[in-house]
Design a protein around this ligand. Structure first.
Ligand SMILES: Cc1cc2nc3c(=O)[nH]c(=O)nc-3n(C[C@H](O)[C@H](O)[C@H](O)COP(=O)(O)OP(=O)(O)OC[C@H]3O[C@@H](n4cnc5c(N)ncnc54)[C@H](O)[C@@H]3O)c2cc1C
Length: 439
């Protein structure tokens, strides 16, 4: 039964959304709470794609001011998720964040921090000595970056292997933390439904076509649904869908891994604990070292890389985490945090933590590693290409996207993310050096 049939009278939905990752779910929620008639098509389950594999790190430390503001507001949204969604819990945990940069980034990190402070975002810069004093469990010295892999190249992109690791400047953000992407997405879906949205799961859209006055979507069961406007929020599958409308989006998919390093096995001896619990840095984005680490409730760490990887076909299955990938990430993280300053390092901490899991997933990447948001035909809009840093943007970016589909005046700054920026020769900058994932 089509959406129109399910509502009776041959009605056409005002907005259809393809994809119930965190972006489609957030946009659907913001559309539905505006009173629009929304129908969502998700080929699997909400958060069943890349969103459900996200590390969920939430920080406002962005080089791009519009996204910094969106991230800052989204973190506040996640922290008050129940109030916004009528009771859902995004699992937000505020840990603080520490961003470590090498000598080449000093000027850019200072400039970024100053811009963020001007925007009202609470960050401070620390020189290396100050960072070491504040966070004594951190080794700010060199030789702590991701080393080359067995083939000499490493699995974390050309910029990662052989990074020196020396910290020249650190940036501290107290409001950073992590949230649960799965619960966040389901929270949006549940709240969207409460506002009247229809969310079809196991409903793969196989064909889209624009006709005068409406968009037609045919699902795998052969049923054709109709809507006045369409949002493509299909992650790595967005570009193939847009191609059906004759629109080329320069998005590609990349495989990225998350490994889990378990909690310290012998915390009583001190190895594996931070020198001072109050000085736990929380989330670490180690630009100098080429990886990130997100603390987990059990004391473990999620670890991932910061650099781009080769393009892949999103319709294949991502290869599981390789032993060499785990070893590179774990060693870099353990060299950076060898344990208490009075311990012989790096062995005590390294030996006290073991591999506790991990996964691999695809995400969609744009040429400048920034989101691709805007109108691509008369009746079709896109929100994709969030390039490995889009989870924490979704709560408030979804509101901006909903505004576009509702015909509202866009926020200043949103136009910079237009899909047309690449052909217009106006790409954005992102991140620091090859670590463009910082956005
Ligand atoms: C390993 C990893 C770690 C990450 N870590 C972080 C992090 O720490 N912090 C952060 O902010 N971001 C992080 N990200 C990025 C973040 O997860 C993504 O930016 C975000 O989840 C993208 O959400 P989305 O809704 O755009 O896309 P997706 O999650 O890709 O959702 C798209 C949905 O569309 C559906 N779909 C596709 N085609 C069709 C179709 N034809 N019909 C119906 N449904 C369809 C898919 O099934 C999928 O559910 C990470 C991502 C990964 C993979």
């Amino acid at each position: 039964m089509s959406h129109a049939q399910s509502r009776g009278g041959g009605a056409v939905a005002e907005v259809a959304v393809i994809g119930a990752g965190v972006h489609g779910a957030s946009a659907a929620f913001h559309l539905a709470r505006r009173g629009l008639d929304v129908v969502v098509f998700e080929q699997g389950r909400p958060a069943g794609g890349p969103t459900g594999r996200s590390s969920g790190i939430c920080r406002a430390y962005y080089t791009q001011p519009f996204l910094a503001r969106v991230a800052h507001d989204s973190i506040a949204f996640l922290a008050q998720f129940a109030e916004h969604t009528g009771g859902a819990d995004a699992g937000f945990v505020r840990t603080g964040g520490l961003y470590l940069h090498g000598p080449d980034d000093v000027a850019d990190a200072r400039r970024t921090a100053a811009t963020l402070v001007d925007l009202g975002i609470d960050v401070e810069t620390l020189d290396a000595d100050e960072a070491a004093r504040r966070f004594p469990g951190i080794d700010v010295g060199g030789g702590t970056g991701i080393g080359p892999g067995p083939d000499g190249g490493g699995a974390f992109g050309p910029g990662a292997a052989g990074r020196g690791g020396q910290v020249a400047i650190a940036v501290r953000e107290e409001q950073a933390g992590y949230a649960d992407p799965y619960r966040t997405t389901w929270g949006f879906v549940t709240a969207a439904r409460a506002h009247g949205a229809l969310v079809h799961t196991n409903a793969r859209v196989v064909r889209i076509a624009e006709t005068p006055g409406q968009v037609e979507l045919t699902t795998a069961d052969g049923i054709t649904h109709r809507a006045r406007r369409l949002l493509l929020a299909a992650g790595p599958w967005t570009a193939p869908l847009a191609a059906q409308l004759g629109v080329t989006l320069p998005l590609h998919a990349e495989r990225h891994v998350v490994t889990v390093l378990g909690p310290a096995s012998n915390p009583a001896s001190g190895a594996g604990t931070d020198a001072d619990a109050n000085a736990d840095p929380g989330v670490i984005i180690d630009v100098a070292g080429g990886y990130y680490a997100a603390p987990q409730p059990d004391g473990g760490w999620l670890l991932g890389g910061l650099d781009s990887t080769p393009p892949v076909d999103p319709d294949t299955t991502p290869a599981p985490v390789r032993d060499a990938e785990f070893a590179q990430l774990a060693e870099a993280a353990l060299r950076r945090r060898p344990g208490r300053p009075d311990e012989v390092r790096p062995q005590p901490r390294a030996q006290s933590r073991t591999r506790a899991g991990g996964w691999s997933a695809f995400y969609d990447v744009s040429p400048d590693w920034q989101p691709v948001i805007g109108q691509i035909t008369d009746r079709v809009w896109v929100d994709a290409g969030t390039s490995g840093h889009g989870f924490k943007l979704a709560p408030v970016l979804g509101d901006h996207v909903a505004g576009l589909l509702a015909g509202e005046q866009p926020a200043p700054g949103l136009a910079a993310f237009s899909p047309g920026r690449f052909t217009a020769g106006d790409p954005l900058t992102a991140g620091f050096g090859t670590a463009r994932i910082l956005g």
